[in-house]
Design a protein around this ligand. Structure first.
Ligand code: 9UX
Length: 71
């Protein structure tokens, strides 16, 4: 199932942070696209199959950022 997951993420403060989070999420199986709003602290993930929220959360938090919840 294709879908969209939008997450509130804290700790992203620069363009390098944005790239790190994008790379982390793009490496999760089933993720086809990621866009990040640095100002809003929001991450939008496009998925091509059902993915556990925890998998996305882990990928982000592994890099030191914090997922505050779904938007
Ligand atoms: Mo530079 Mo973005 O440490 O945290 S990668 S501000």
């Amino acid at each position: 199932n294709m879908g969209v997951v939008k997450l509130k993420v804290s700790g992203m403060t620069c363009e390098h942070c944005v790239n790190t989070v994008k790379r982390a999420l793009m490496s999760v199986d089933g993720v086809s696209d990621v866009s990040v709003s640095l100002e809003k602290g929001e991450v939008e993930v496009i998925t091509q199959k059902d993915i556990e929220l925890q998998a996305l959360k882990s990928a982000i938090e592994e890099w030191g950022y914090k997922v505050l919840g779904e938007v």
